[in-house]
Design a protein around this ligand. Structure first.
Ligand code: DGT
Ligand code: CA
Ligand code: CA
Ligand code: ZN
Length: 576
């Protein structure tokens, strides 16, 4: 996608977020208009900044007003409406929306009636028992909110930026810096490159012969709100969303040592430095050198540094100090899935929140070279977005028709994403469910049940003969909603016993199951499936994220049904 489109999509994301506060409603007319515009520019293949307002309006999802907003962004460099909304709702206040259960109406009420302006002042209001005095609030909700805040703090995600925000921004910045004169290389390192779920800040390493041009650019980017520091080769800025960006310019011959150092993790670096010392060498951000003679042993590439230390290249996703160096020494590092042969969680515009028609999704799956795709729209119990029986049967006929037209290159499974009710109950009836080629079942509500109830709920769904896969097991939204409480060991055992696979959902807001849960499943016979959970064609790419977190979770590709050979995948499908 072009940079301009990303900039416009980010603007509409922020407008929609702030507009929910303005209207006190996540589904207001204007919120939906911004949301539609965001999806539209996101899916548009050309460059939106090159279109006139009249041309923009021809894109589905963009109306007269949002077309004007896009022009304003590119012609004036900023959008008056957005500037005004940011004044009314500063970042600290918007953060309240990340607290599960608060929502725009709640945030506005807290501000009006208890002068709550952010998470800190919310804590204070709870500590001084101010909330229980509010009408319709009470002691019980106050205690519950206190527990939620405590949990958010414990998970350490507070104040950190979810990967769904950091990753696309990092890619935009890489492209931006690579286009500057003198720049031969730019890469986001740190926790972003390791593909952590949340990041504290972005660390970008740039190789350039003209560092001052990079410094100028970093400090004058439109997203920058505050400059923390600027030197000859180092700059730190903070964006309007409160994300810090550290940029470091190095000479091209030091790039390997610099990216290795700034990718971290700290634990990985410490272990590598120890290893170097044991050989009489020093490892720094400038290179691997002999301590006595200062002779440079390696610095240009990460590979050469690992090789000098008698190690194979260790992928960034594994550099967390979980035993990767020992495993590398023994040649036992997990591999990343080289190719994914099928996608088993894909929506079409039949789902209320889906965007692309069946034919387009199938064409895009073919273009990606997939051998199988499961069309899995939402089942009826999902209010608003779910689909009733009749349209599903019509869709099945269309799927069969498409399959006849296309021949056997791509197998199209007619599937469904069932909703797991609070007691493990599923949509439709057993007979209707059995007629699908592929059923996955996921939790979409009742996030507050206790651990025993949640665990029972999942295990009950696994026992249903139609269910082949559990979708996004924890149902978390990174940075916004914690996962449900689960006895993971019991769930893994049930998955093994029933032969139910677990999804590795590549949607950046989810990344579910988490890589820490995957590591917990090591040594068991649990089978996984990589999916994109795409709601439009452009999101089929998200399966690459699933590959990355599977690696981060030390999952052996042999236990990923669509991760080794097409033949293995077909055998799994044939078993039903
Ligand atoms: P974050 O930003 O909290 O999500 O995590 P990181 O890993 O991106 O950490 P950050 O931004 O503080 O530093 C980026 C990398 O720089 C880090 O992964 C390793 C390296 N680094 C920073 N400080 C130190 C240090 O004191 N010792 C060593 N060995 N490496 C460091
Ligand atoms: Ca960082
Ligand atoms: Ca940093
Ligand atoms: Zn889905």
């Amino acid at each position: 996608m072009s940079d301009a489109n990303k900039e416009a999509a980010e603007m509409f994301r922020e407008l929609a977020e702030l507009q929910t506060l303005e209207d006190g409603d996540v589904q207001s007319f204007r919120v939906r208009a911004y949301d539609n515009a965001r999806r539209a520019v996101d899916a548009y293949t050309g460059d939106v900044s090159k279109l006139k307002a009249s041309e923009l309006q021809k894109i589905e999802g963009i109306g007269a007003s949002t077309a004007k907003t896009i022009r304003e962004l590119f012609d004036a460099g900023s959008v008056a409406k957005l500037v005004a909304l940011r004044q009314s709702y500063p970042k600290a206040f918007v953060d309240l929306l990340n607290v599960p259960g608060i929502g725009p109406k709640g945030a506005l009420r807290l501000r009006k009636e208890a002068s709550v302006e952010g998470i800190d002042s919310l804590r204070e209001a709870i500590a001084t028992q101010k909330l229980r005095k509010l009408k319709g609030f009470g002691e019980k909700s106050e205690v519950k909110l206190a527990a939620i805040l405590e949990r958010m703090e414990k998970e350490g995600h507070e104040g950190r930026t979810p990967i769904s925000v950091a990753w696309p921004l990092a890619q935009r910045l890489e492209t931006r810096f690579r286009a500057l004169p003198g720049v031969s290389f730019a890469m986001a390192c740190g926790s972003t490159r390791r593909f952590a779920e949340t990041v504290g800040d972005l660390d970008i390493v740039v190789a350039s012969t003209q560092p001052s041009l990079v410094m100028d650019d970093v400090t004058t980017m439109p997203m920058v709100e505050r400059i923390i520091g600027r030197g000859d080769t180092k700059a730190s800025v903070v964006t309007r969303r409160g994300l810090q960006i550290d940029v470091r310019v190095v000479a091209p011959e030091h790039i390997g040592a610099a990216t290795l150092y700034f990718t971290g993790s700290k634990a990985h670096n410490v272990a590598l430095r120890q290893r170097a010392l044991g050989r009489g060498w020093r490892l720094s951000e400038y290179g691997l050198t002999e301590i006595e003679s200062k002779r440079v042993i390696a610095s240009e590439s990460e590979e050469s540094i690992y090789a000098a230390l008698d190690l194979p290249f260790i992928p960034p996703e594994l550099r967390e100090g979980y035993g990767e160096i020992e495993a590398a020494e023994k040649g036992e590092l997990p591999a990343i899935c080289a190719t994914v042969h099928g996608d088993f969680h894909v929506h079409t515009d039949l789902s209320g929140d889906g965007r692309s028609p069946l034919e387009e999704i199938v064409a895009a799956a073919r273009a990606r070279g997939l051998c199988a795709i499961a069309i899995t729209d939402h089942a009826e119990n999902l209010g608003g977005n779910g689909v009733k029986r009749e349209p599903l049967l019509e869709q099945r006929a269309r799927v069969r028709g498409l399959q006849d037209e296309l021949g056997d290159g791509l197998r199209i499974l007619h599937g469904i994403e069932l909703n797991i009710g609070p007691a493990g109950e599923l949509d439709y009836d057993a007979e209707f469910r059995a007629a699908f080629d592929f059923c996955l079942a996921s939790v979409h509500d009742h996030f507050d049940l206790d651990e025993a109830a949640q665990t029972r709920r999942i295990m009950t769904a696994m026992l249903d003969p139609s269910v082949a896969m559990i979708g996004h097991l924890s149902a978390r939204m990174i940075g916004a909603r914690p996962g449900i409480d689960l006895d993971l060991d019991a769930v893994f055992e049930a998955a093994e016993k029933t032969g139910t696979t677990l999804e590795i959902n590549g949607g950046l807001p989810r990344l579910d199951i988490s890589s820490s849960a995957m590591r917990r499943a090591r040594g068991r016979g649990v089978q996984f499936v990589l999916t994109s959970d795409a709601h439009q064609t452009s999101e089929l790419d998200r399966i690459d994220n699933a590959r990355r977190i599977a690696l981060r979770g030390w999952v052996d590709p042999a236990s990923i049904v669509n991760g080794t050979t097409a033949e293995n995948m077909k055998q799994w499908l044939a078993r039903g």
